[in-house]
Design a binder for this molecule. Structure first.
Ligand code: DGL
Length: 276
């Protein structure tokens, strides 16, 4: 599939967490339009059923299409894990989720072919990462870490309580070295913010792989040619990404929390009232 020079990438997430994926994308492709939809009124998705998540996600994707998105990125690990097929079936545009790129990057990083995946209850329960890794000949152990999302949302990314909680979750998986895992795959939008904390507590030889980074690389490869052309044309002028945000809960709250996840000021936010 070929894309017009100025692709409009529509990102979807349950809330602000997917801004970690947007950040990774902006770093690689600064010169396209981005539309970001955060379903803040209905998060968390990580504790919901596949049917509910699919229903919400399809509604959001349709909205992004109406706004002009011509390439869709499911930044939410839970939505990708539970509803990727339903989302793909609901749109004529290409859809990129986080699970396949994350599994691909973890596979490339693992020498022992053993990976530990952490994510929400729903992501882990779906075994989407395990299946994607096993397809590549890699064994996976999955661990749900549900308390990490609210702790990150609270801003406690370097807090002793978060460190203790993460330690409890991870000692379960790394306490027993019998399977020789050498990669920790971060299968949740919020975990990249915990990367420095996790680095301190996981054994030194474990490589941390982030599905946000690997997804951004996959998307960059898809839009690569158009992006490169535009960058060359613009020459020395700094490239400004064109960002527009949609949130189903308060725009003000999205601005406040979003800037932390994006690491850039979040400005143009529209409140969206989606019908059930
Ligand atoms: N965005 C979700 C994910 O990556 C985490 C937050 C939620 O549970 O909605 O799985």
């Amino acid at each position: 599939m070929s894309y017009p020079k100025k692709t409009t990438i529509g990102l979807f997430d349950s809330g602000v967490g997917g801004l970690t994926v947007l950040r990774a994308l902006i770093d690689r492709i600064p010169d396209v339009n981005y539309l970001y939809f955060g379903d803040t009124a209905r998060l968390p998705y990580g504790s919901k059923s596949a049917e509910t998540v699919a229903h919400y996600a399809v509604g959001a994707i349709r909205y992004l299409e109406e706004q002009g998105a011509d390439l869709l990125v499911i930044a939410c690990n839970t939505a990708t894990a539970l509803a990727f097929k339903e989302i793909e079936a609901a749109t004529k545009f290409q859809v990129i989720g986080v699970v396949e790129p994350g599994a691909q990057a973890a596979t490339a990083a693992s020498t022992t072919r053993n990976v530990v995946v952490i994510g929400t209850e729903a992501t882990v329960g779906s075994h989407a990462y395990r299946v994607a890794l096993e397809t590549r000949g890699v064994s996976a152990r999955e661990k749900a870490c549900p308390l990490l999302v609210p702790l990150v949302e609270e801003g406690w990314v370097d807090h002793p309580v978060t460190e203790q909680v993460a330690q409890i979750y991870l000692s379960d998986v790394f306490g027993d070295q019998s399977d020789n895992a050498d990669v920790l795959l971060l299968g949740c939008t919020h975990y990249p913010l915990l990367r420095p904390l996790l680095r301190r507590i996981v054994p030194e030889h474990i490589e941390i792989v982030d599905s946000a980074e690997s997804t951004a690389e996959t998307v960059a490869a898809v839009v690569g040619k158009a992006g490169t052309r535009l960058s060359q044309e613009v020459g020395a002028r700094p490239l400004e990404p064109h960002l527009k945000f949609f949130a189903t809960d308060s725009a003000e709250k999205f601005i406040r929390m979003g800037s932390r996840f994006l690491g850039l000021p979040v400005k143009d936010v529209t409140h969206v009232g989606l019908k059930e």
